[in-house]
Design a protein around this ligand. Structure first.
Ligand code: G6P
Ligand code: MG
Length: 214
């Protein structure tokens, strides 16, 4: 029986992907590296440093660790500027209602996100007291597709992996959830999120029958 839903944050709860893209694009432009929205797809669910390395690769640019840290910091400062204006209107359609329904039924809700800005984003959205567990990029050593982040969430909730359903928009996230032994609902396109048990476009008109008998 499903006792908890574990949500990824970026692209599942809120549409922050466009702000990540704006900040990475600004950096790529400064470095004269060609970077477009299609390239940006590869950064989904991927850590900040790994994302930077993908961009540097596109420009065949080799930098040392210190230089990379500097650029990652620059990007993050821009990103924080952009998201500091964000509000509830940028929540994905239907997600807040879906979470409320889960809580009414006594199903636990958690966040498992690679983002080190998770707490800031939840605060901007007035969701900082909503979740029973919040596991973020500051608390883990292995990024998705490693299952660590999801196992930390189920541990925290004192539940078995098979009692949890994960909601993910990234391929690496779907793989991580499967490796953790959890059920997965993909949020996005079916062709992209092939390994998921079910796929939804967003949370509009989605009720709890979605996770019953998954
Ligand atoms: C999420 C996003 C990625 C982002 C990562 C790290 O997984 O999908 O695009 O790179 O978090 O985010 P951060 O806010 O720590 O730079
Ligand atoms: Mg995501």
């Amino acid at each position: 029986m499903i006792k908890a839903c574990i949500f990824d944050l970026d692209g599942v709860i809120v549409d922050t992907a466009k702000y990540h893209y704006m900040a990475w694009k600004r950096l790529a432009d400064q470095l004269n590296i060609p970077f477009n929205e299609k390239d940006n797809e590869r950064l989904k669910g991927v850590s900040r440093m790994k994302s930077l390395e993908i961009i540097l690769d596109l420009g065949s640019l080799n930098l040392n660790q210190e230089e990379k840290e500097e650029l990652a910091k620059k990007k993050n400062n821009w990103y924080i500027q952009y998201i500091s204006k964000m509000d509830k209107s940028e929540l994905l359609p239907g997600v807040e209602e879906f979470i409320k329904n889960l809580k009414r039924k006594g199903i636990k809700v958690a966040i498992a996100s690679a983002s080190k800005n998770t707490k800031l984003i939840l605060k901007r959205l007035n969701l900082e007291d909503t979740f029973d567990a919040v596991i973020d990029g500051t608390m883990i050593s292995n990024a998705k597709p490693n299952p660590e982040i999801f196992l930390r969430a189920s541990d925290y909730l004192n539940l078995k992996p098979e009692e949890c359903v994960v909601f993910e928009d990234a391929v690496a996230g779907v793989q991580a959830a499967k490796k953790a032994g959890m059920k997965v609902v993909g949020v996005g396109e079916e062709e992209v999120l092939k390994g998921a048990d079910k796929v939804i476009k967003n949370f509009e008109n989605v009720d709890l029958t979605l996770i019953e008998g998954i």
